[in-house]
Every structure is written in C-alpha cells, then in structure tokens.
Design a protein around this ligand. Sequence first.
Ligand code: PHE
Length: 451
Amino acid sequence: MEPLNNNNRGFSSNLGAILAATGGAIGLGNIWRFPYTVGQNGGGAFIIMYIVFVFLLGVPVMMSEIIIGRRSQQNVVGAFRVLAPKHKGWMGVGFLGIAAAFIIYAFYSVVAGWTLNYIVLSSSGQLTGKSPIEISQLFVTFTQGSFLPLVYQFLFFALTASIIILGVQKGIEKYTKILMPILFFLMILLCVRSLTLSGAKEGLDFIFKPDFSKINGSSVLDALGQALFSLSIGMGALITYGSYIRKEDNLFTTSLWIAGADTFIAILAGVAIFPAVFAFGLSPAAGPSLVYEVLPNVFNSMPGGRFFAILFFVLLTIAALTSTISLLEVLVLWAVEELHWSRRKAAIILSFVVFVIGAFCTFSFGLLSNLKIFGLTIFGLCDKLTATYMMPIGALLFTLFIGWYLPKTEVYDELSNSGQLKARYFKIFYFIIRYIAPIALTIILLTGIFS
Ligand code: PHE
C-alpha cells in the first residue's frame, strides 16, 4: 500500500496534535479513576509515586510510541510491519494493542454513559435535596437497571463514531480544539468553588501531605497502572496519533506537554474533589462510585450546588468523549489501513462490536452482577486486565522495540527531526528506554502477578 503523504495524513498543526493527544489522555482516568485510586491508596504519598512514574517511565514510553507511529506513518499493526519487515512477530504487539483498545473502550463507555445520565439527573433537579442514602440508592438502582445504562452507553458510541467519521482534521482535531479549553475552564471553576468551602484544608492535606506508611506493593502497581492508563500508553493510542504528528514537530516537547497537562488536570481533579469530600465529612475511599455517589451529596450541601453539579458532569462527559474518540480511532485506522474498509464503515461496524462487549460490562452491574471471574465482575476484570497487565506489558514491549530492536540511528533521527533539532537529552532518554524502563516495568509486573 502507498504510504500516505504526511501533510494530508494527519493533524494540521503542533497545537492540534498536542490538544488531540492531550484530549485522548485526559479523561475519566483523571477525573473519575485518579481521585478514587488516590482515595483508596491513602493520598499524598501515592500521588508522589504517581508523578515519578509519569515523568520517569511515562514520558519516555510515550516518546517511544510516538516515534513508532510517526516513523512508520501507520496504524498500530502496520507500524510494526513497516518497521520490522523481517520479524513479523512484532506485529503481535500491534494486535495486543488492538485487543486492549477493544476491552478498554468496552468498559470505559459504561462509565461514560453514566455521565450522560448524571447530566440529565442534575439538570432536572433529581439529585437535589436527596439524602446520602437516597443518592446511593439512585446510583445503584440506575446501574442495576441495565436497560437505561445501555441506552446511554449506546448514545456515547454514536456520539464518538459521528466525530470519527468526520475524519482526523475535520473531526478529531476540530472538536478537541473546541472541547479542551472548555474542559480546562470548567475545571478551574470547580477548583475555586471547592477551595473556598470552609473545611477545605483537610482535603488539601490529604492530597499534599504524604504519609509513606500507606505505600505497599499493591499501591506501587496501582500507581503504575494509573499512570499508564491516564497517559493512554501501552496500547497504541499514541502510535496512532503519533502517525498524525507532522515531521517538523518536536516529539520531546510534545510529549512533555501531553504528560504535563494530563498530570496537571488529574491534580486539579483531586483539588476539586477532596476538599469538598472532607468538608462534608464523606469518605475518600468510596471506590469507583466516588464521583457518582459521593459528589452529588457534596453538591447538595454547597451553595450553587445544582449549577456546579451540572458543570461537573458536563466536564466529565467532555473528558470522556475526547478519550473515546482516541480509542475508536486506534481501531478505525487499523481497519482502514489493514482491512481496507472505509472510515465510515469501520467506525460503525467497530462501534457495534465494542457495544456488544460493552453491554456485558454494563450488565455486570445488574443482570450479571453475580458472575465473578477471578473474583471480579466483567467490568472489574476488563479494567484490571488492561490497566494492570496489558498496558504495562505493552509499554514493556514498546521500550524493548525502541531500545533494543530499532537501530539507534533511526531513533535519534526521529527525535532530532533528521538532525534539525539538537535533542541533547538523547543519552538519558536512550539509557532509560534501554535499561531503566524495561527493568522497572518487569519488576513491577512480576510483583503484581505474584503478590
Ligand atoms: N487516558 C484515558 C483517560 O485517562 C483513557 C484511555 C486509555 C484512553 C487508553 C485511550 C487509551 O481517561
């Protein structure tokens, strides 16, 4: 197949690339998963470990993925065929990414669908004036109901697919450019509201005063899984978007922007949520329902609560949407380039396939809640399988590919834009990718598997 010309293949500017990739990275991972994982792992110390992982492992792995994408100008599977023509086995890494994209999209869309329902509930006043028990009941009844969540999940698939069908520049780039600034603005508003509540200090202490006695083996694994999940690395989303990044853009600064913005928004989400949780005497360790069961009480007990509740769930929807776009694009680009489908056909058929798997994830809160595999519901299993195993394994394989398989000159060529940039950090980067990252990822993975 003819490789596409870089200029009409992908994003039209560096800003467009950064916003689209940042939009893919910032999502439910930051605003739903990060706060409850921090809450379950005891706060500040976990956050410090998380930040170390983001910059020490996350950024170099992210750069590796983008190198693979931009150098090959291909989808996740095609990328390995082009870069390792004599060793077809590497294409397996691409298929692992495709599998991960299916599974992540399946469970992610469940929570994304919930946010739509909560926009409806908050704007119609159905959350207002309810006691904490009633709020919990509302969440449980809704998620157990199975039918309504399925409808919202379906809506989310339709929304995502319709943007993907518009294409890379007219769909992904255009919409993320509009949505990301709105998200950022809403987040700041929420933080201001939360910080001006009396009693905010306890929540800030929880986030910013580390207590290292709360760290154990499983929190290390949680922190790594959260870092990879939040940055969308280890499954090929950044190979896909990397293939759209222009040849003249600087991959190092682009990666730093993405990782920096993603981490910043996660911390802001913590600042928006924990002071409010503590100010109203609620528990930070509620788990996956934190945002849905705990926050409505917070909104109920603050002035202007209904308005801020709507704002929050709109924000959550936007964050989820820019991420589901990046998930579906991994699959669509693969089908377009490897199976020669049209973009429209790929978007529609693949969305339906994921919807079928996704329906089981939705049912795992209701009809199938008693079905446990390895002690987890289908939803829990999909989350655990991807964030804790598939993404770290993917990340490990990407680092091995860049550190040990692709010739060093090619890696340097890509980072220096064929000698136009100095890339002074190269030695450090290469050392991390060759030794530190693979060793650290292996140790953490083995600890996770055997503990
Ligand atoms: N990073 C996204 C989030 O934080 C989730 C995601 C993972 C998206 C992998 C794409 C690929 O919500």
